[in-house]
Ligand binder design. Structure first.
Ligand SMILES: [Zn+2]
Length: 350
């Protein structure tokens, strides 16, 4: 898959309606970021590369004295590794694929991210589901919802606080969900900074996780991310949930992609009811095949928060220079498996 497919242009504007009267920005066009063909079968473990890439830095995020966030449950007990200090987009796509697991390690990590909220209508059921399954997710919030004295903004701020108090991570998804790469630089910078301030004020947390709308970046934006010491967080599993109204279909697509990729960062939108319903099903599905530390070689799922996902990725980085190289290795592994299957089927009876 070419990187062009991931550097997005919004082509389909899905009206999600007016969000409790706020009026969502008309730039809220939805786009499938990574519409990838998904093989339904498991792919054998990837070959071990002789050397590991050099891009992982284990320098933790510097956190200033005033951003300890008070008593919030989401305060980080240990520092997040700084995996991509250069703010590089290709590195961020590869990091989203998670850690490399050698063949004898069956652990498959999954972490959940929810974009475009906070959304008062769905947040409580979603938080209940996550709590029931003891899942810590990451919410990339739109700053505009949290600004101003209106009742809607107050409600949105309450939601944001609720997310943080429930122990989830919050990240910045820009002020208005505009395609930042089309804006003058000053305006794009304002989209990042005002949103971060609004999220920080609402949740009491410093906001260093950043996901640009549509995953779209350019060299200027990478520089802005670097200057601000933000962590660019993209995703690896995209069910194109905003285009689907059937929770079962969303869940099945996520499950197939997770199977194919051996885990990943799941992208969902908590503003979309079918997605919220799909979460419950996916969590059940994952829990049916949990990874068992007593039998670490057996493939199984482990649902982790983004910090743990990043730490595991720092400890065992993918031995590939890019996500495309990883994908092509997966395809080769799949082709090899298919060839072996054909050979064994065509062997004459003895
Ligand atoms: Zn978004």
């Amino acid at each position: 898959m070419g990187s062009a497919l991931r550097v997005l242009l919004p082509v389909v504007a899905l009206g999600v309606g007016t969000w409790v009267g706020l009026g969502r920005p008309d730039t809220l066009a939805r786009l499938a970021a990574t519409s990838r063909a998904v093989a339904s079968a498991r792919v054998p473990p990837l070959p071990l590369a002789p050397t590991l890439p050099s891009w992982v830095s284990t320098t933790p995020f510097a956190r200033s004295a005033d951003d300890d966030g008070g008593t919030h449950a989401t305060d980080l007990e240990s520092p997040w590794p700084r995996l991509n200090p250069q703010g590089r987009t290709d590195t961020a796509w590869l990091l989203a694929e998670g850690p490399y697991h050698p063949p004898e390690d069956g652990r498959r990590l999954v972490t959940f991210t929810f974009d475009d909220g906070p959304f008062p209508e769905t947040i409580e059921p979603l938080l209940r589901t996550l709590e029931r399954h003891q899942v810590v997710a990451t919410f990339f919030l739109i700053g505009r919802y949290l600004e101003g004295p209106s009742a809607h903004a107050e409600e949105a701020r309450r939601c944001a606080r609720q997310i943080a108090l429930a122990g989830h991570h919050v990240g910045n998804h820009a002020l208005d969900h505009k395609l930042l790469t089309t804006l003058p630089h000053a305006a794009a910078a304002e989209q990042i900074d005002r949103s971060a301030a609004a999220i920080s004020q609402a949740t009491g947390q410093s906001v260093f996780l950043f996901r640009p709308p549509y995953g779209a970046t350019d060299p200027w934006l990478e520089g802005a991310i670097r200057e601000r010491q933000l962590e660019l967080v993209l995703w690896s599993v995209d069910a194109e949930d905003m285009k689907r109204s059937d929770p079962g279909e969303i869940a099945t697509t996520i499950e197939q992609q997770l199977d194919y990729e051996h885990g990943g960062v799941v992208l969902l939108h908590d503003v979309h009811w079918p997605s919220v319903k799909a979460v419950e099903r996916v969590l059940h599905w994952l829990e049916q095949s949990r990874w068992d530390s007593q039998h670490p070689e057996r493939p199984g799922w482990q649902i982790v928060d983004l910090a743990e996902y990043m730490r595991a990725t720092a400890e065992s980085p993918q031995p590939f220079a890019s996500r495309d190289a990883l994908e092509s290795s997966r395809r080769d592994a799949g082709a090899h498996r298919n060839a072996v299957a054909v050979l064994s089927r065509s062997r004459p009876m003895e």
